[in-house]
Each structure stands twice: as C-alpha cells, then as structure tokens.
Design a protein around this ligand. Structure first.
Ligand SMILES: [Zn+2]
Length: 108
C-alpha cells in the first residue's frame, strides 16, 4: 500500500501516480522531509541579540548618566560608585557577549 503524500489516498504498491489526485508517488515515497532542528535556533537567537543590544544600551546609559558624562555632576555616593564600576562592565560586556552569542546561535 502506498499512501499519497498529498491527499492521503491509499494506492496499490505498483502505482506510480495517485489514483485520486494524479500526483507522482515515485519521487515522494521514501523521502521524508525533516525540518532542520536547532539547539537554539534562529528565533531564540534573534531574541538573544535584541536582549544583548538592550543590555549594551543600558550599559551606555549607566556610563553616561551615572558616570558623570551627562550635563550634571557625577554621582559620587561611594556605594553607588562601587555599584556602577561593577554594573557598567557587566551590562556592556555581557550585552556584547550575548549579542555575539546570539549571532552564533542562529546556526546551532
Ligand atoms: Zn493523492
């Protein structure tokens, strides 16, 4: 029994074309389409890239507004300065890494 891949009609084993819809059973039988499976995939990778970009932007904002590059004096409250020195590289480099990884992750 050959099942037509288009209409699902059961044809004889010797049939070369489907009796119901006339589509060829020769080339289609045996070839099973397998969608490419990804570990991460393009969709998640795109999401990662946009997340990475927003982290970088956030890092730049922290650098500019918190770090005294803005039109006001830098925040020099010790705890906040300490926080910034950690927060800034995490956001900037973490975001950049996430972006690069998201770019690689398209294909894996
Ligand atoms: Zn058919």
């Amino acid at each position: 029994m050959k099942i037509c891949p288009y209409c699902g009609y059961s044809n004889y084993d010797t049939a070369k074309v489907c009796r119901k819809c006339d589509s060829s059973l020769e080339t289609q039988s045996g070839t099973v389409y397998q969608g490419k499976s990804y570990w991460i995939g393009p969709d998640k990778a795109k999401h990662m890239r946009s997340r990475g970009l927003s982290l970088v932007v956030l890092g730049l904002l922290v650098k500019v507004y918190w770090g005294g590059y803005g039109p006001w004096s830098p925040i020099d409250f010790p705890i906040l300065v300490t926080m910034r020195t950690y927060l800034e590289p995490i956001l900037l480099y973490g975001g950049a890494l996430l972006y690069v990884f998201g770019w690689i992750a398209r294909a894996i």
